[in-house]
Design a protein around this ligand. Structure first.
Ligand code: GLU
Length: 510
């Protein structure tokens, strides 16, 4: 085991859009693989054809690309030495059947011919008898139609007649199954709680339980990282490896904690209403007609999304919160992944985006803001746009807020905050606005400092406290009572525009 090459796979089923919990599983696998110079594989687990959703595979690939956590092997990423990487295609290699046959031959799996009606009847019987977990197991299988209860002859006859059958794992009674999970430590389960899982379905398709084991063996996977919801099936998986005589090929297991609702009550739902997306990209579910908005389309930066996700269940053991992908790779370990659920925090999620927004240069921000401006029909000077970004970025979480918070930089206001006007507009303050506009006209250079000094000198001359007219002055320029640093805004707008706006305000405010 120690000498194994580090190889981790992300193995989603294409049953819908990949939600953020899935992305976190991929992220943790990616981080560990990269940290140990290993491989990160994308395998598509599409054995359940009834749950197959068109477009889901492409969505998964695009999401990983957007997040910057690209596999170096697998579907959509140039395949690799173990192609194909789609289970439906791997079935054609005959590998799943081969492993199932090995289990049959060693007596650890058996054929079961029960119809769905018979299975239903069994469940009802067990429920009526108040059996806590009604399942097909070492006890109930004795009353069912399978190769353990039927004679060899009967089995042959059924097979020859083409009767549909499944292959089930023969789980022993009352045996302790122990396995180690890197996050949870030792886990011990009694086999009585483990059902005889179906390994191969009647259509010849393997179930997840068999297929992922065969593929993890064949693809030489060293660590299997997945959500906590898979923990209950892990004992069956341990038995399968054991019965195949391939325990040495079993990957180390890591079951990640659940992502919980913001109030900590239960698992985060994909229909969460906190206003923060649950999916990396927009996703449209054709079957239900439901639309889910994506982090990308909401204006999140992939770096912020990834950073936030890493902190959901993992911590660096220090107070550092902002990590680039490279830093995450260096710092990551499964030892620092919590066992208990991680609460999703919508506000913190926005905070992460804000941190990354602030890190961007004004030029980068201007490039992101320009398409929005274009859409609004605004044609502005590149340097001016950069200047606006510089001023409005402090209060924003998203670039899209630059417009809602700063459209007045591009379009002079025609309405003025009524509350401020009501409170502050009077003969004296109007006189001040007129006076300050005149004083500005005489300035030959127009910096923030100069305009501020002129503003204060004018107020003093008129015997008015600068604080009394400050907000009114802002409203005359922008229409609104709040915004970025006032005289920085004045400098950016420029003398002519400022004077023009003050004069317009004087003519419009009654
Ligand atoms: N196909 C499984 C899923 O959709 C993969 C679980 C695993 O990684 O073993 O979650």
């Amino acid at each position: 085991m120690e000498n194994r090459r580090v190889r981790l796979r992300f193995a989603p089923s294409p049953t819908g859009g990949l939600h953020m919990g899935g992305v976190r599983t991929a992220l943790f696998s990616y981080l560990f693989a990269k940290k140990h110079n290993g491989d990160f594989i994308l395998r598509i687990e599409d054995t359940d054809q009834t749950r197959y959703v068109k477009g889901a595979e492409e969505y998964i690939i695009e999401s990983l690309k957007w997040c910057g956590i690209e596999p170096n092997e697998g579907v959509g990423f140039g395949d690799g030495p173990h192609a194909p990487y789609r289970q439906s295609e791997r079935k054609e290699l005959g590998i799943y059947k081969k492993y199932a046959d090995l289990l049959i031959a060693s007596g650890h799996a058996y054929f079961a011919f029960d119809t769905s009606e018979e299975l239903d009847a069994m469940r009802k019987r067990l429920e009526a008898a108040k059996v806590v977990a009604p399942q097909y197991n070492s006890v109930s299988r004795q009353n069912m139609r399978n190769s353990l209860t039927l004679s060899e002859d009967e089995v042959k006859k059924l097979m020859d007649a083409g009767t549909p059958y499944v292959i089930r794992l023969k789980v022993p009674r009352n045996e302790e199954i122990r396995f180690h999970d890197i996050i949870r430590g030792w886990v011990v389960v009694n086999s009585t709680q483990v059902d005889d899982k179906v390994l191969l379905k009647s259509d010849g398709m393997p179930t997840y339980h068999l297929a992922h084991i065969v593929d993890d063996i064949e693809m030489e996977v060293s660590h299997a990282v997945r959500g906590e919801e898979w923990l209950p099936s892990a004992p069956s998986h341990v038995l399968i490896y054991r019965y195949l005589g391939m325990e040495d090929k079993m990957p180390l297991l890591a079951h990640l904690p659940l992502i919980l609702k913001p109030d900590g009550n239960g698992k985060l739902s994909k229909r969460d209403k906190s206003g923060i997306p649950m999916f990396p990209l927009d996703w449209y579910d054709e079957r239900t007609g439901e639309k889910y908005v994506g982090y990308r389309e909401t204006g999140f930066f992939p770096e912020a999304f990834i950073n936030m996700l890493a902190m959901l269940g993992w911590n660096p053991g220090t107070t550092q919160e902002i990590f680039s992908l490279e830093e995450l790779i260096q710092a990551f370990s499964f030892e620092r992944v919590n066992k208990s659920g991680a609460k999703f925090d919508p506000e913190k999620t926005k905070w992460f985006n804000q941190q990354y927004l602030r890190k961007k240069s004004n030029l980068e921000l201007a490039e992101l803001f320009s398409p929005i401006l274009k859409e609004k029909g605004i044609n502005a000077d590149a340097k001016f746009i950069e200047g606006v970004c510089n001023l409005v970025k402090e209060k924003a979480h998203f670039v899209s807020e630059f417009w809602s918070g700063g459209s007045y930089f591009f379009i002079a206001p025609t309405t003025f905050d009524a509350d401020v006007i009501k409170k502050r507009w009077n003969e004296q303050s109007a006189g001040f606005i007129k006076e300050v506009a005149e004083a500005f006209k005489n300035l030959t250079t127009f910096t923030a400092a100069e305009s501020e000094a002129t503003f204060k000198a004018t107020a003093e001359k008129m015997g008015i406290g600068a604080g009394q007219v400050m907000q009114l002055f802002r409203v005359c320029l922008s229409g609104v009572g709040g915004g970025p640093m006032l005289f920085e805004m004045v400098e950016l707008l420029g003398k002519d525009e400022v004077v023009k706006r003050l004069e317009t305000a004087l003519n419009s405010i009654k």
